[in-house]
Design a protein around this ligand. Structure first.
Ligand code: NAD
Length: 471
């Protein structure tokens, strides 16, 4: 094995470690591990007076549940094996958080920064047309979402292309998730992965045995956190942990260096600086470190890699000082680094569980699109009225007015965002506890990642065996 294995080799190694501890029917683990089908698409787009050919992929990893689900990444450095690794992680992730989808992933080899919005629209639409015609994109078979380099804008274009091909599909909006809330999306999707990471870390701190295992004490308040990548995932998790849990963000690592401040950085103002200047360099309110990667090795309680895969390797793993690694990115830790960190007792809350908030809320969005109604629309006023009736009854019984603070609680019914957050919180808590139960049942797993993979393999193999392996 190479010193630092590729992303796909890493995912396969982590999978195989878990599968080797299980008693599966012969051949089933191999079948689950491999991608079922990978479409490689080459498509032409006219750009600035010439025909440019782009390469894209859609990897369908596991169809034990349909539709398959997974984001579309726009990146100049993407490769087929990376897409396959990401698709595999999607299958395991969905199983762990009980989202009834198979795993998939897509990508286009393109640097979005090199193209205008109008050119990106043409590239996205052309890729989407190929996905509909050749790779069975549909609300019931394969449903993409956003990933690095894509967002609600691209999802809107993909939906529009699908509708052009299928104008009579009443469920068309469910063909893609991560859309704008005003364009058949759902409130809370944009923040969902960061929010899910926050819920996962809160759940960790509810388990004193895990907190102790990690060499920490107490709760989240005042904990020192370093975040790598202040994009969608990193920004939201850092902001929520700072503003709602009283954690201190003492380091932010970006592509052009890092910022450090023991007293805590202001996440919002750093984000503002990045939006204006493209990176963290030149930010006045903290110490700038040119070698950003070195800050991954700084003293802290929690390290949150939320940028790219392969950031914690066999090379830097021996020097990582974080007590807990909360994996926001997909595959930030290589399999070799994972072994080193396990031996060193670093507590890893693995990607395959921790960053599942995005797909969980995508699932809610898909259900909303299929049911054609906003969550809470039927019951909200009814709940408010019930609250009023309870207040009236209390006042009649006691002869005293109900204080305003209690009135507010009793009459505030949940809207869509409240319900989405509640469903996400419940999902992240349940999954954490299921992984812990798996670890208690199978202590030979030793760590949370292996237990999470075992849980995923148990659920996927059960689905295969219950349905039968049918030609
Ligand atoms: P993003 O493009 O919004 O953010 C990535 C951030 O990382 C950017 O701020 C970028 O400047 C920074 N970055 C790039 N190279 C870097 C480097 N070498 N060092 C430090 N920072 C660097 O992407 P995102 O959607 O936040 O995704 C980040 C990771 O999270 C990816 O691995 C993605 O697959 C994973 N993920 C995303 C979601 C989601 O809902 N967006 C869900 C699950 C997992």
């Amino acid at each position: 094995m190479a010193r630092n294995s590729t992303f796909l080799e890493s995912v396969d190694r982590m999978f195989s470690r878990a599968a080797s501890l299980m008693d599966l029917p012969p051949g089933l683990a191999d079948h689950i591990r491999e991608c079922n089908v990978v479409y490689q698409l080459r498509f032409p787009v006219e750009i600035r007076g010439e025909i440019r050919t782009f390469r894209g992929w859609r990897a369908i990893h596991s169809e034990h549940r349909l539709p398959t689900k997974g984001g579309i990444r726009f990146s100049p450095n993407v490769s087929q094996s990376e897409v396959e690794a990401l698709a595999a992680l999607m299958s395991y992730k969905c199983a762990i958080v009980d989202v009834p989808f198979g795993g998939a992933k897509g990508a286009v080899e393109v640097d979005p920064r090199e193209y205008t919005e109008e050119e990106l629209e043409r590239i996205t639409r052309r890729f989407a047309a190929d996905l509909v015609r050749k790779a069975r994109l549909s609300p019931s078979l394969d449903v993409p979402g956003p990933d690095m380099g894509t967002g609600p804008r691209e999802m809107g274009w993909i939906l529009d292309v699908y509708k052009t091909f299928h104008p009579d599909d009443v469920n068309a909006a469910a063909v893609v998730t991560g859309k704008r809330p005003t364009a058949s999306g759902i409130r809370g999707r944009h923040e969902a992965t960061g929010r899910g990471l926050q819920y996962a870390l809160r759940e960790f701190f509810r388990h004193p045995d895990d907190v102790k295992k990690a060499g920490l004490e107490g709760g989240l308040e005042g904990k020192r956190i370093i975040v790598q990548g202040l994009g969608n995932v990193g920004y939201h998790v850092a902001k929520f942990l700072q503003e709602e849990d009283g954690a201190k963000i003492i380091g932010i690592v970006e592509w052009d260096g890092a910022l450090v401040d023991e007293n805590g950085l202001d996440v919002e103002s750093v984000k503002q600086h990045i939006m204006e200047h493209g990176g963290v360099k030149g930010y006045g309110g903290a110490t700038y470190v040119e070698n950003g990667a070195s800050v991954l090795e700084a003293e802290c309680d929690v390290l949150i890699p939320a940028a790219l895969e392969g950031q914690i390797t066999e090379e830097n793993a021996p020097r990582i000082k974080a007590k807990v690694i909360l994996e926001g990115a997909n595959g930030p830790t290589t399999a070799g680094a994972d072994e080193i960190l396990r031996r060193r007792g670093v507590f890893i809350i693995p990607d395959v569980y921790a960053n599942a908030g995005g797909v969980t809320v995508s699932y809610f969005e898909w259900i909303k699109n299929l049911s054609h109604i906003r969550f809470g629309r039927l019951e909200r006023r009814f709940e408010e009225m019930r609250g009023q009736q309870v207040i009236q009854a209390l006042e009649e019984l006691t002869g005293q007015p109900v204080p305003q603070s209690i009135r507010d609680v009793l009459t505030s019914a949940a809207g869509e965002l409240d319900l989405v957050r509640s469903g996400l919180d419940d999902t992240m808590r349940n999954a954490y506890n299921e992984i812990k139960e798996t670890l208690a049942r199978r202590p030979e797993a030793e760590d949370m990642r292996t237990a999470a993979y075992m849980l995923a393999i148990e659920k996927i193999s059960r689905a295969y065996l219950e349905h039968g392996v049918w030609p």
